[in-house]
Design a protein around this ligand. Structure first.
Ligand SMILES: [Zn+2]
Length: 133
């Protein structure tokens, strides 16, 4: 068992490993895989294989610079989407406060809940906007 572990450590040395883009690829790949259990579509099956192979290729890649650049680009493209998910999650879990996105600079702003209609001033860009808290 130790031999296998040492082999894996040696094998992964200098290789890229996981990042946000790879996690997303694996989640999307598995989702399609599960959907395809019901659809049994060959095109979707090929797509699942491409996504999974691409995730593997990225994980074992030794061109770390190129993989980091891809990940940065992915994070930039999905920034708004990830921000919206975070907003929904915070508003759902935090019963004391409510969270809004500044319409000007997209900064997340936290205000106390249950104060009625209030004027919010963004701490980053000083833009004022009305929301119901
Ligand atoms: Zn702002």
């Amino acid at each position: 068992m130790d031999k296998l572990k040492n082999y894996m450590i040696t094998f992964m040395r200098g290789r890229y490993g996981g990042d946000h883009l790879n996690s997303a690829l694996i989640i999307i790949g598995f989702s399609f895989l599960i959907i395809n259990v019901f659809l049994n579509n060959s095109a979707l099956s090929i797509l699942v294989n491409i996504i999974m192979l691409y995730a593997l290729y990225r994980g074992f890649s030794k061109n770390i610079w190129a993989r980091q650049k891809e990940n940065m680009r992915f994070l930039e493209i999905t920034k708004d989407l990830r921000c919206n998910f975070k907003l929904i999650k915070y508003n759902f879990t935090d019963k004391e406060s409510k969270y809004f996105i500044c319409p000007n600079c997209k900064q997340m702003v936290k205000v106390p809940r249950g104060k009625g209609k209030i004027e919010i001033r963004c701490p980053r860009c000083n833009t004022k906007f009305d929301r119901r808290s």
